[in-house]
Ligand binder design. Sequence first.
Ligand SMILES: Cc1ncc(COP(=O)(O)O)c(C=O)c1O
Length: 376
Amino acid sequence: MKLFDVYPLFDIEITKGVGCRTYDSQGIEYLDLYGGHAVISIGHSHPYYVQKLTEQIEKLVFYSNSVVNKLQLELADKLGKISGYDDYSLFLINSGAEANENALKLASFHTGKKKVIAFNKSFHGRTSAAVRVTNNPKIVAPINEGFDVEFLPLNNIEAVEKSLSKEDVCAVIIEGIQGVGGIQIPQPEFLQALSKSCKQHGVVLILDEVQSGYGRSGKFFAHQHAGIRPDLITVAKGMGNGFPIGGVLISPAFEPSYGMLGTTFGGNHLGCTAAIAVLDVIKAEHLVDNAAKVGDFLMEELRTIPEIKEVRGLGLMIGIEFDKPVKDLRSKLLFDEKVFTGVSGTNTIRLLPPLCLSMSDAKIFLEKFKKVISLV
Ligand SMILES: Cc1ncc(COP(=O)(O)O)c(C=O)c1O
């Protein structure tokens, strides 16, 4: 059987990772400024993470959600404390799309309504409701067009208020920082006004922190830069450092009932073990502070490079926009300088490194980046 060919691939096979470095099947070393698309939070193959997963795999890989799983309780406790959401509840699933799918479902159950407001350039995943609120018609199949969505410009509170005044909206969904959309940051004043309007109209505010959460922005959640408290927060990616796990943090205003939500694999023993190890390492190694410090340094240095049009970001979620396509630049970085980076659209390089990126690795990246810029 062949693979269903939906991914354009670089001809590189990554077979090993350590910290912020990956190695291909030829043993060639790469500096990882991409983290496998914001997934590697504490660094590749962190020894504590490997040890915890190894111990758990020897004990038990899986049992169903019909029995007590104390790992889920430990995870919820640690996540509540580190994020400042100790009074919220946690529902566990396996991916970012699933997290948003369940958040939208909860919002609809809660309000009895089904219209959603999302934003231009949004990306929330590829499952049915998550892709419906994603602002890219190319990836929305006819079967996904099941409810009304209004896409509004980011940072335009008047547009949101006009729409909310019709009183037919169940949820507003917004990324903490738009990732796929090119590192677009909602203004703090906009988020504060949005949170207030949602409360006034009884609309559920969903903060998609799948990419921007887990310390990446220099705070545990990107929306915490604005000081708001959304009703639902979705997480995945960095949560498991490569082990698939996602979650919805749910405000106390939501009343659970048996059977309301459910999943076979969500909250499994290995996923919880991975997620607990991630939180332990984030705390012990002060990775949120590190993301803020190294991110600030990187952005300050990048802003001195004349060829760059704009640098946007918070912490270690950085977009570097040029006024021309970055395809060659990214290829040269990868194949000549052995540095992984991401892109958004045609003109923006996206940096999403592990949160343990050191100042010296940031300097190595800057040197290689400047060298490549001078050649393209
Ligand atoms: C902001 C955001 N939400 C949701 C998703 C979907 O996550 P997953 O691919 O784990 O379903 C992504 C993935 O890139 C994302 O960036």
